[in-house]
Design a protein around this ligand. Structure first.
Ligand SMILES: Cc1ncc(C[n+]2csc(CCOP(=O)(O)OP(=O)(O)O)c2C)c(N)n1
Ligand SMILES: [Mg+2]
Length: 363
């Protein structure tokens, strides 16, 4: 199976700005992508600061370095497209349009959080934005993403499910069972492998037999696959658009591997973050492959905005982030008597669809 069709591969790989999906972008949209990536980064930097001060507990998996993946892919979504991801979920949440306040408050375990303070960092959810979380079991979201795509096809909606997973998760059985059914039933699911080179402290060399290309395994299921450079938002959008067209027009799955990197440890509890990789490696990515810096440089070169404009955007984003932290600090913790509420949607929303287990099919 070819990775991509000839039609899709025509774009000069050095310049995806001219791809069909990017050429019509307005200056406002391009500036918006810059702002969205920066919002993710500043949000997490502030979260880390408060975590280190002891203002929140639990896990905190930072997405910093990977921002162009969430912003680039999500920027293409329409009303019938859905998103589901793993525990490194803050970037996708902000990209789909969740508010900083509800996200920050969730990290602080406050009742004003998106999951009423009971989910924490790994469990951001926004069903009204087609955002289905936030999952802690590695690979656990992959059959759920398949289910979203199944529901879309069953209902006759022209949508798709973007299901993100890591380079470690590709070795989980659930993912392979999902690929098999995705191909067999021709489901509009797009598996986006965010290859940040590490699963906790384990390099791909030590976890994957076929380490040079994780997406290529899709060949075993007859699924079209592709690879994108995650430091180039234009390329991420161009490759994702191809996959979405395949999902929308032909109801076919795609595996898209996106090359990316995380600057921080696996989570804030990763005391070895600089032991299983060198400080030089991290610096190299920060200095030469940072998606936000590269996008800013490109925008300045294109004349979309100036360095001064970029600084002004950063100031606005910092103010928004600090306001979100203040909101989270001032918010109340969930009342003890609410401990059993909002834990299972089925219990709190005892609908006909819920009692028969047909949430996505019954209405
Ligand atoms: C089934 C399962 N096994 C192990 C873990 C512990 N664990 C949490 S994250 C992780 C690494 C996953 O790495 P990857 O898929 O590359 O995602 P990344 O953290 O890089 O985003 C592991 C082993 C888990 N949560 N679930
Ligand atoms: Mg990884």
């Amino acid at each position: 199976m070819p990775a991509v069709t000839e039609d899709e591969a025509y774009v000069d790989p050095a310049d995806y700005s001219r791809a069909e999906v990017n050429a019509p972008l307005t200056a406002e949209q391009k500036t918006g992508f810059y702002r969205e990536m920066l919002r993710i980064r500043r949000f997490e930097q502030v979260a880390l600061k408060y975590y280190n001060q002891g203002a929140m507990g639990g896990f905190l998996h930072l997405y910093i370095g990977q921002e162009a993946v969430a912003v680039g892919t999500v920027s293409l979504l329409g009303k019938d497209d859905h998103v589901i991801t793993a525990y490194r979920d803050h970037g996708h949440a902000l990209a789909v349009g969740m508010g900083m306040n509800e996200c920050m408050a969730e990290l602080f375990g406050k009742a004003t959080g998106c999951s009423r303070g009971k989910g924490g960092s790994m469990h951001f959810f926004a069903p009204d934005k087609n955002y289905w979380g936030g999952h802690g079991i590695v690979g656990g979201q992959t059959p759920l993403g398949l289910g979203l795509a199944y529901a879309l096809k069953y209902k006759g909606a022209k949508g798709c499910a973007l299901c993100y997973l890591g380079d470690g998760a590709v070795n989980q059985g659930a993912y392979h069972e999902s690929l098999n059914l995705a191909a067999l039933w021709k489901l509009p699911v797009i598996y986006i492998i965010e290859n940040n080179k590490y699963s906790m402290g384990t390099t791909i060399d030590r976890s994957s037999a076929m380490r040079n290309c994780l997406a290529e395994r899709a060949d075993g299921y007859g699924i079209v696959w592709d690879i994108a450079n995650g430091e180039d938002l234009y390329e991420v959008r161009a490759k994702t658009a191809n996959a979405m067209r395949r999902a929308h027009e032909e109801s076919l799955p795609t595996v898209l591997e996106v090359d990316t990197y995380r600057y921080y440890g696996h989570s804030v509890a990763d005391a070895n973050a600089k032991k299983y990789r060198s400080a030089d490696e991290i610096e190299r990515y920060k200095n030469h492959h940072d998606p936000i810096r590269l996008w800013k440089k490109r925008m300045v070169e294109e004349g979309v905005f100036t360095e001064t404009d970029a600084e002004a955007i950063d100031e606005e984003v910092k103010a928004e982030t600090n306001a979100a932290a203040a909101f989270a600090l001032e918010s109340e913790a969930p009342a003890p008597e609410t401990i059993f509420e909002d834990v299972y949607w089925e219990v709190d929303n005892n609908t006909e669809a819920g009692s028969t287990g047909r949430h996505f099919f019954g209405d």
